[in-house]
Design a protein around this ligand. Structure first.
Ligand SMILES: [Zn+2]
Length: 388
């Protein structure tokens, strides 16, 4: 999804790996030793899946296609036999875009209107396909910068100064929390992930890239914020440990893919001898049924921004543990992906909103994250102490 060809290729190959991860147990009738004939049949089908893949930017759609079509399952097996090493190698390229969405599969899509029970807690057992460390950098203590893009002083009740304060409070309190300490378990190879987070500063951009955005716009917006300050809106410093979040307002910003394919993503571009790590998260108010788990009530009375908080947590923990080529599993999933839209134990507050963590003076409902256990398994948890 980036302009960069290597990144596109890398993302493409991660999608292939996603296809490979067909739940083969569901396709037992088709799991047979390939004969020469069926092998070529699969390659024909593989050609089709490649065409489909070129036109898909949405992992969930792909996986739904895979689940629906037995031919796709066969093609996936063919991929497994033919190109896994190629896909693996291409994943070593940097610059992959990790997109988040709630998944459009029937199982994982709570109906917004009828969703009145607690948010999904998720399994407490070991998570399949463990994360693998691929040897590149980890961010020990991220310094988070926020770029408020669009109109964050609107009258929609969500893109507001009060909404911004929810995000600031979150970023100022997540560091050192039992939740973010989960990431300490990723420390390796001389990198000590501290579990701390520094909120480094913020920048306002009312619209340097217009109101209709593309992926390239997000890159431009980040680079703009690094060089285009004024005395009252200072440019952000470049920080090799920085994670730059472009947070778009709901009211007046359109970004193709946001809401239909993803709720957020993170990536990395070379920056001199270093890397520029940045992420996009849009205000979930744009599409609460796709990018928020609670659509009417929320812990801070702002379902759009409360929805963003969970996506921000997701992107931040992924960027810290996989800025370029850190931890991801054989399906191309990072830690946040593997626990997405599961929340562990949740509590109903007096106002009727669910939350699962209290940080500072606020309650939030944020997704779980993978904790790496000394027993060799991965678990989705809400705090380091919950890791078996
Ligand atoms: Zn992700």
């Amino acid at each position: 999804m980036r302009q960069n060809f290597a990144a596109q290729l890398s993302l493409f190959c991660r999608k292939i790996i996603v296809i490979v991860n067909v739940p083969i147990a569901n396709y037992d009738p088709y799991v047979v030793n390939p004969t020469i004939f069926s092998y070529f049949l699969w390659l024909i089908k593989l050609g089709k899946i490649l065409i489909v893949t070129r036109h898909m930017t949405e992992l969930s759609k792909l996986s739904r296609l895979v689940v629906r079509g037995s031919w796709f399952a066969l093609a996936a097996i063919a991929v497994w036999f033919t190109v896994p090493m190629v896909a693996h190698a291409e994943n070593l390229d940097r610059g992959t875009v990790q997109a988040e969405n709630r998944g459009l599969g029937a199982v994982h899509r709570p109906n917004a209107t009828h969703f009145r029970s607690a948010p999904p807690s998720g399994s407490t057992g070991p998570v399949g396909s463990p994360l693998i460390y691929w040897g590149d950098q980890l961010i020990q203590t991220p310094v988070v910068y926020v770029i408020w893009y669009g109109n964050w002083n609107s009258t929609d009740g969500s893109d507001t100064p009060a909404g911004q304060q929810i995000i600031r409070d979150f970023l100022n309190s997540i560091g050192g929390s039992p939740y973010f300490d989960i990431n300490q378990t990723y420390s390796t190879n001389g990198y000590t992930v501290t579990g701390n987070v520094v909120f480094g500063g913020e920048f306002y951009d009312a619209g340097s890239s217009g109101t209709t955005l593309s992926d390239a716009s997000i890159t431009a917006i980040v680079n703009h914020a690094l060089i285009s300050g004024t005395s009252t809106n200072k440019a952000l410093p470049y920080n090799p440990n920085g994670v730059y979040f472009v947070l778009t307002s709901a009211a007046n910003i359109n970004y193709s893919g946001f809401c239909s394919s993803f709720c957020g993503w993170h990536t990395s571009d070379p920056y001199g001898a270093n890397n520029l790590r940045y992420a996009f998260v849009g205000n979930s108010k744009k599409c609460l049924s796709s990018c928020a788990i609670q659509t009417t009530k929320s812990p801070n009375n702002n379902p759009g921004v409360d929805g963003m908080i969970s996506v921000i947590a997701h992107e931040l923990e992924e960027t810290v543990t996989d800025p370029e080529n850190g931890y991801w599993d054989m399906n191309g999933n990072e830690n946040g992906d593997k626990c997405a839209w599961t929340f562990g134990t949740t509590y109903l507050n007096a106002a009727g909103a669910y939350y699962n963590v209290t940080l500072g003076s606020r309650q939030y409902l944020i997704q779980r994250n993978i904790g790496l256990s000394k027993n060799g398994n991965d678990y989705c948890v809400m705090s380091r102490s919950q890791i078996p």
